[in-house]
Write a protein that binds this ligand. Structure first.
Ligand SMILES: [Cu+2]
Length: 177
C-alpha cells in the first residue's frame, strides 16, 4: 500500500515535470515567432529586447544585449556593431573557463537561417569601451548593426540596470584579445 502511494506520488511528480517542460517548450516556440511592435523589424533581421547595462560614471566599459532573429533564407552573421556611446565597440563572448568568467573578442556572431542569436549577460554581447557619455537608465542609445548579408540595421537600445556581472571587471574577469 505504502509502496503504491509512493509510486503514485513519484508518478504525479514526473507528470508535473513533463507538463512544466512542455510549457517551457511552448513558451520558447511562441516567443521565437512573436515580435512586439516596438521591435526593430527590417527585412529578414529582427532585433528584440535590446538593452545596455547602466554603469557608474567612471566605468571604462559597458555592454549591449539583445535577441537577433534571422527570418531569411540564408545563414547570416552579425559582423560589426557601432554606437556613439563608445570609442571602441567589439563583439564579445563571455564564458566560464576553469571557474573564471572569461571574455573574448569574436569576429562574428552566427545567425542561422530561421534561428536567432541571444546576446545576454554571461554569453555573447556587444562590448562598448571608452564611454563617451553617461549611461542613464531609461534613456536610449542607437546601435548600428552590420551583417554579412543582410543590410545594416540601426536599433535603439534602452539603458537599464542589470544584474551584477559575475566576476569583477579586471578582477575575476580576464580579457584575452
Ligand atoms: Cu566584453
Amino acid at each position: 500500500m505504502n509502496n503504491i502511494n509512493q509510486f503514485e506520488k513519484s508518478l504525479s511528480k514526473a507528470i508535473l515535470m513533463i507538463v512544466a517542460l512542455l510549457g517551457l517548450l511552448l513558451t520558447a516556440v511562441t516567443t521565437g515567432n512573436t515580435f512586439a511592435s516596438e521591435d526593430t523589424h527590417m527585412g529578414e533581421i529582427h532585433v528584440m529586447d535590446a538593452w545596455v547595462r547602466a554603469v557608474p560614471g567612471n566605468a571604462p566599459a559597458t555592454a549591449a544585449f539583445m535577441t537577433i532573429g534571422n527570418m531569411g533564407k540564408m545563414d547570416d552573421a552579425l559582423v560589426k556593431a557601432e554606437t556613439s556611446l563608445g570609442k571602441r565597440v567589439e563583439l564579445h563572448l563571455s564564458q566560464m573557463k576553469n571557474g573564471m568568467m572569461e571574455m573574448n573578442q569574436v569576429a562574428e556572431i552566427a545567425l542561422p537561417k530561421g534561428g536567432h542569436a541571444e546576446l545576454k549577460p554571461g554569453g555573447y554581447h556587444v562590448m562598448i569601451m571608452g564611454l563617451t557619455g553617461p549611461t542613464k537608465p531609461g534613456t536610449e542609445v542607437e546601435i548600428k548593426l552590420t551583417f554579412r548579408h543582410a543590410p545594416p540595421v540601426t536599433i535603439k537600445a534602452v539603458i537599464k540596470e542589470g544584474k551584477p556581472m559575475e566576476g569583477k571587471m579586471g578582477g575575476g574577469m580576464q580579457h584575452n584579445h
